[in-house]
Structures are given as structure tokens and as C-alpha cells.
Design a protein around this ligand. Structure first.
Ligand code: MTE
Ligand code: MO
Length: 402
């Protein structure tokens, strides 16, 4: 199974749940019109039933994205719209009933240990605002029908995590053993029977130095992490693509080699269209420089006059230093202003351009500029799985002003 392919069993359960929901709605007397509407949009997967169905796009039982117009302007992405991506069916919800009891194995350190969340909570405290973004965010804009969820802009969100620094845990356990080059972390899903574990397990390796800023987190946006987003414990690595942020993490090991699990060896590898994934190709680790407009979102006409064009900009490398906005599809650019709090280099920064727009058609887009002078590119880099899209041209919105 391809790492991005939806899990079959998960799908079956989800379809059953969807059928049951439809029947219940019929009995309780919903109008034929609302039933028709229900049939047109896919139901939220049960694990994400708390999301706001009107402000997300449900791709599948394992993929839900935020609508562009739903991001708002307060700078944090609420959990009721935050995207969801599961490579495997989530573990049983009972694991979040008593978060403190969850255990994680720490290996490849001088004194390896199994620690409970209760113990982790006594070892240090840290908090980080960071963009969580799927590697395939923007895949829908590729021209070659790249396989996987057809994310537009909304497989990303700005999230606030709290837990203990991996570095603090490692220090308490005597430090990383000599010669280790990777931090390899494993998700707590149960592998479906009859399936070769390496093919489906969520286990990712990142350069071991990523532990400097990585956090073993138990809190997200001010509450215990819900199961959907990796509770009771999640490894978050600021600046790295979503897949490296292991949900329900059960093992963090410092290793000499990268894991040979498919999700690392052949999945999440950037290669030319038509090629198979291989360990020699670049892995989806640090995120590139990106921005996009979140309003106007292009889904409704805009009234002529003063318009606040706003969006978000972020980077896993050199931090964002500025943003420019174009109203004419990239022919001319104007500097935008940042607004809202600076939540650090791994968060997204909100930008706004106040413009007076006469009636007409506009192609509005943005490009971020980093502290090192690099500029968000115009075009995507073509690649088989449609990863890492940060081209400003495809992310533009068409807006009618009248
Ligand atoms: N254990 C586990 N961790 C995981 C995944 C998963 O399927 N299982 N999916 C990864 C991928 S591909 C992404 S994009 C993010 C999505 O995080 P979210 O669902 O909280 O938005 O989680 C990552 N961590
Ligand atoms: Mo992802």
C-alpha cells in the first residue's frame, strides 16, 4: 500500500458510519433537500466528528482540510477546522481517557527508559507555536494527477503545543549515545492483522539534531490533545512537514540508520514524475518558504472600495521577513504589513494589504521573502507525489469585485 493511500479497513468502517448517520437523519425527519445536500458532501470521519463540517473539506475518512475562507485573522487555527490526516486508522479512543498513563520508550540514550506522560510532566515544560502542514498540501494544483488527497491550501494550520523538550528528557537519561545520526519515532497505531508492519507503520526518522527543538507534547491549543491530533502524546518537530510529527507516539529512538519502514524508505521522497520512491531521494523534512492569501478567498464576490487582503506566511528554514501581494497575477507587487503577534519563527505570520479596489477581475496572490533574501518561487517543482508546493502562481485566488 502506498503511504498516502487510505487504509481500506478504515474506509469500510467510515462508509458504514456514514450510512448509519444518513438513516438516522431520515427517521428524525430531515427534509429531502438537506438529505440531498448531505449526500453531496462526505460526512466527517468519526474520529473528527467535532470539526465544523461547514468550514472544512472532507476528502476521505483519513483526510479533512480547512477551507481557505475559514482560517480567519486571529493567528491560531482552531481545532474545529484544523486539517486531519491519518495514514492508518487511529487507535482506540480509550487511550485519551487517562492521558497520564500513556507510555513512551526512549531508546538510543545512555539510560534507555519507558516513561509515562505523568513522569514526562515532571521533567520540564516548553511551548511552541508552529505550522503543521502536510507534505502534500497544494497537491491539487499539480497537473499530473499526483496520487493522494487533493489538498488545496488547507492541509496546514498554525498550532500551539505544550509538553517537554525531547532534549530535556534525553539529558535526564544521560544523553544521546555516541554515533547516533537519526531520531526515529513510532506511532501507537495497531497494525491491522495480515498486513506486513513495515508497509503501513507510521515510523519516521529525522536528523537527530532536530531533537533540539522537538517537544513531546500533551497539550494542543490549550487543551489535552484529542485523539484525532495524536493524543495523549505527540512528537512535534517545529519547521518539519506534518508526517514527521508522530501522533500517539510510543517510541523515540536515537538510531544510526533511518528506519526501513515504507513511509520513510519510499514514501515522502521527492522524485521526478513517474519514478518510484527510494531512500536516496530527498525526504520530506524541513518545510520550504510559503505564503498564501486567505481572504478574500475567491469563493464570493467582493464589494468595490476598501478591501483588506490578508493571508499567512511561514518557513521551516530562514524565517519570514516580509510579504508582497499582487493584484494582477504577479505582474506587479506591493509590500504587505504584518499584523498580530509574532509567535516565533515556526509559527505563521499574518499579513495584510489595504487596497482600494474598483470593480473588475483580479488575480490576487502573495509571495514571502525570507531573512536570508530567498523569495517564494513562482512555480512548483514537478514531482511524482505532489509534495512541497509553494509556487505563488498556483496559490492565487480569482476575485470578482463589483
Ligand atoms: N501516528 C501517526 N502520526 C502521524 C500520521 C499518522 O497517520 N499516524 N500522519 C502524519 C501526517 S502525513 C500528517 S500530515 C500529520 C497530520 O496531523 P493532523 O491530523 O493532526 O493534522 O500527522 C502525521 N503524524
Ligand atoms: Mo501528511
Amino acid at each position: 500500500m502506498k503511504p498516502d493511500a487510505p487504509n481500506i479497513d478504515l474506509h469500510r468502517r467510515w462508509l458504514l458510519a456514514a450510512g448509519a448517520g444518513g438513516a438516522a437523519a431520515g427517521l428524525s425527519g430531515f427534509s429531502p433537500a438537506s438529505l440531498a445536500q448531505q449526500a453531496a458532501t462526505k460526512p466527517l470521519p468519526p474520529v473528527a466528528s467535532f470539526k465544523d463540517a461547514d468550514r472544512v473539506i472532507v476528502h476521505s475518512a483519513s483526510g479533512v482540510e480547512t477551507q481557505r475562507s475559514a482560517f480567519g485573522t486571529s493567528g491560531i487555527t482552531d481545532l474545529d477546522i484544523l486539517f486531519l490526516r491519518n495514514n492508518l486508522g487511529a487507535p482506540n479512543a480509550s487511550i485519551v481517557a487517562n492521558p497520564d498513563a500513556w507510555q513512551v520508550d526512549i531508546q538510543g540514550v545512555t539510560s534507555p527508559r519507558t516513561l509515562s506522560v505523568a513522569e514526562l510532566k515532571r521533567m520540564g515544560l516548553a511551548s511552541v507555536a508552529m505550522v503543521l502542514q502536510c507534505s502534500g498540501n497544494g497537491r491539487a494544483f499539480f497537473g499530473h494527477k499526483a496520487s493522494g488527497s487533493q489538498w488545496k491550501v488547507g492541509a496546514a494550520g498554525n498550532t500551539l503545543w505544550s509538553g517537554v523538550r525531547v532534549k530535556d528528557v534525553v539529558t535526564a537519561l544521560g544523553g544521546v549515545r555516541e554515533g547516533m545520526r537519526y531520531m526515529t519515532s513510532t506511532g501507537g497505531e495497531t497494525i491491522p492483522p495480515g498486513v506486513e508492519p513495515k508497509k503501513v507503520m507510521v515510523e519516521r526518522s529525522v536528523p537527530w539534531t532536530a531533537m533540539e527543538e522537538a517537544i513531546l507534547a500533551w497539550e494542543l491549543n490549550g487543551r489535552p490533545i484529542p485523539l484525532a491530533h495524536g493524543g495523549p502524546l505527540r512528537l512535534v518537530i517545529p519547521g518539519f512537514y506534518g508526517v514527521n510529527n508522530i501522533k500517539y507516539v510510543k517510541r523515540v529512538a536515537f538510531t544510526t540508520e533511518e528506519t526501513d519502514a515504507n513511509i520513510q524508505a519510499s514514501g515522502y521522497r521527492v522524485r521526478a514524475v513517474g519514478m518510484k520512491g527510494a531512500p536516496t531521494q530527498p525526504s520530506m523534512w524541513e518545510m520550504n518558504l510559503k505564503s498564501f492569501v486567505t481572504g478574500p478567498a475567491g469563493d464570493a464576490p467582493v464589494r468595490a472600495g476598501d478591501v483588506q487582503i490578508h493571508g499567512v506566511a511561514f518557513s521551516g528554514g530562514s524565517p519570514v521577513a516580509g510579504v508582497e501581494v499582487s493584484l494582477d497575477g504577479g505582474r506587479s507587487w506591493q509590500p504587505a504589513q504584518f499584523f498580530g503577534p509574532d509567535q516565533g519563527r515556526y509559527a505563521w505570520r499574518q499579513f495584510v494589504l489595504s487596497a482600494k479596489l474598483p470593480p473588475g477581475s483580479y488575480v490576487i496572490t502573495s509571495r514571502a521573502i525570507a531573512a536570508d533574501g530567498s523569495v517564494q518561487p513562482e512555480l512548483r517543482v514537478e514531482n511524482e507525489r505532489g509534495y512541497a508546493h509553494n509556487g505563488w502562481r498556483d496559490h492565487a485566488v480569482k476575485v470578482t469585485v463589483s
